[in-house]
Each structure stands twice: as C-alpha cells, then as structure tokens.
Write a protein that binds this ligand. Structure first.
Ligand SMILES: [Zn+2]
Length: 327
C-alpha cells in the first residue's frame, strides 16, 4: 500500500514536471551540409542536424511520417502527455514550450481525418459506421414523416381536384385534426419539406465532421471562456489561449473516442461518453479550480449555451412563421 502511494506521488510529481532538458554538451560539430563549426544539436546557419548517422529504420520511418507533417515535434510525446497529464501539458505549451509539442490545430485536423478514416472502415471489424449512422438518422426522420403523412392523406384527397385549377397553396382542414395545413403545389406539406431539409442537414453534419467540430469548438469556447477566464492558475487568461487549450482538450477526446471506435466499431458510445467525462481532468489541471468547482463551472457553461441555443431556435421558428404568414 505504502509503495503504491509512493508510486502515485511520483506520478503526480512527474505530471507537473515531466522532464528536464539535458544541458548542451561542449562537443564541437562540423555541419555536414555547409561546413560551419558549432555547438549544439542543429547547425545555426542551415538547420542541419548535428547527429547524422547511417539511415536506420527509425529515421526512414520518421521521414515517411514527415510526408504528413508528423515526423517532427513530438507527435508521440504529445499523445502521451494528452492522455497522462493533459492540463499540465497545455499549461507548458501556453507558457512557451512550443517546440516540445505537436501544434494544436494541425493535430486537430489530422485527428478528425483519422477518426473519419476509422469510422469509415479502418477498424478491427472493417465496419463502415458512418453509413450506418446516416441510414439510421434518415430512417428516424422518415418514421416521423410517415406519421404526419397518414394524417395528411385525407386532406390530399380533398384538394387533388382543385390543385390544377388553382395551382396555388391552399389551406385545408383535415378530418383528424383541426389544424390548418398549408399544402403546396406538389402536394407536399410544409412538414415534409422541413423533414427533408432536416435530413439534408443531418447528412451534411455527418459528411463535414471537421468543419462541424470546429464550429462547435468556436461556439463552446465562448461560454467556457466566460466561466474560466478568472482562474487561480492563469489569472489573465486570453480568449485565444482559452481556445488553444480547448483545441488540445478536444484532441485528447478525439484520441480516446477514436481508439474506442477502432476497437469497438459501432459500439463506442460509452467510450465517447467517457471522453466527455475525462475532459474535466485537463480543465482542473490547467485552471486550478477544485474538481467540484470545475464541474459546476462546466455545467454552468453548458446551461448558458443551451439557453442561447434555444433562444436562437425560437427566434428562427418565429421568423419562419412570420414569413409564412406574409406569403
Ligand atoms: Zn550547416
């Protein structure tokens, strides 16, 4: 038990300060490219690495990764730190340790691309879960649609004859419900039209995950900044810093959920949920509030966002109804 505690204390110390950079050696190098004599790891004139050996598998592999911009700047260290000490890593990055970590936005786009790849078949079951999600959501919308269409059948019967003559939207009363329904020229009700639009929107969201995630991040960062900008660790947090932190936290969540959809394709909802819960950890480590306050603030931010979202939807619906009445 004591040993376990000691190990945990050691781990905690490592989380806060994981590595000391080794001092430069006094060894002199001659640049293999330009011939400049220098101390250190890189030639100050042309950037050539001091340590050059024969090509190894490792250096070849790094060069291969470099094609996608992955070979440099500690991709693996960033993934490890995002999983083991995310909040402290973000603090270090914001404090200027930029060369040690993979840049946040580049990582964001690469990870989303990877997650799409995994969801579209690169997983242990070779299962395309994107198509499945699409089919299911479209099916769900169709179910709603058929329900409303049954109600409209009678209404359509009454108006079929008058359509050709008038050729303009007509207001009819259905037998089942006394609501006024606007039927347009094609015999499609407004509901059907709205559902079709919704179907398009759902498909667009599934097809444009990167853009949607990015827009979602921008939206979410506003209430989060409001709740976290005055914090014990970074008293004068800027919005841009908050946004970078959020991008890294999203990267952490994408790593976890992508691992989930790789090993459990189609059944990764629980892991995705877990990644949301785990996002509390970096918030706590970075801003220094207690877990209780961090959770309270997160809930506050989401409630604010929900209220804002509902207000926006109500406004759009009201505007829509107003425009319909003008027609
Ligand atoms: Zn050189």
């Amino acid at each position: 038990m004591e040993q376990l505690k000691e190990k945990y204390e050691k781990f905690k110390a490592w989380q806060i300060k994981p590595h000391e950079v080794v001092k430069l050696s006094a060894e002199k190098h001659v640049c293999a490219t330009c011939g400049t004599e220098f101390h250190g790891n890189y030639c100050p004139r042309c950037g050539q690495k001091a340590a050059i050996g024969r090509y190894s598998f490792k250096s070849a592999f790094l060069l291969f990764l470099d094609v996608w911009g992955l070979g440099n700047r500690g991709m693996f260290r960033t993934i490890r730190d995002l999983l083991l000490r995310p909040g402290y890593m973000i603090r270090d990055y914001l404090n200027g340790m930029q060369m040690a970590y993979f840049p946040p936005f580049k990582m964001f786009f690469l990870l989303i691309a990877l997650s799409v790849l995994v969801e579209s078949g690169l997983n242990v079951k070779f299962e395309n879960t994107i198509n499945k999600t699409k089919k299911e959501s479209v099916q769900g919308l169709n179910d709603i649609n058929t329900n409303t269409q049954i109600n409209e059948t009678d209404a359509n019967k009454i108006v079929t004859d008058t359509f050709d003559i008038i050729g303009k939207p007509i207001i009819v009363q259905t037998a089942q419900n006394k609501h006024n329904k606007v039927i347009n020229i094609n015999g499609e009700s407004i509901e059907t039209k709205i559902l079709k639009k919704l179907e398009n929107i759902v498909n667009w969201i599934i097809d444009n995950q990167t853009l949607v995630s990015f827009l979602w991040l921008i939206t979410l960062s506003l209430p989060l900044y409001l709740f976290f900008h005055k914090n014990p660790n970074i008293p004068d947090l800027r919005y841009s810093e908050c946004f970078v932190a959020m991008v890294y936290i999203t990267n952490m969540m994408t790593i976890i959920s992508t691992a989930g959809s790789f090993f459990l394709p189609g059944k990764s909802t629980a892991i995705e949920l877990l990644s949301y819960i785990l996002s509390i950890v970096p918030m706590k480590q970075l801003f220094g509030f207690s877990y209780k306050r961090t959770i309270a603030k997160l809930i506050g931010a989401f409630v604010l966002l929900t209220i804002a979202g509902i207000t926006l939807i109500v406004m759009i619906v009201c505007l829509g109804i107003y425009l319909l009445h003008l027609l």
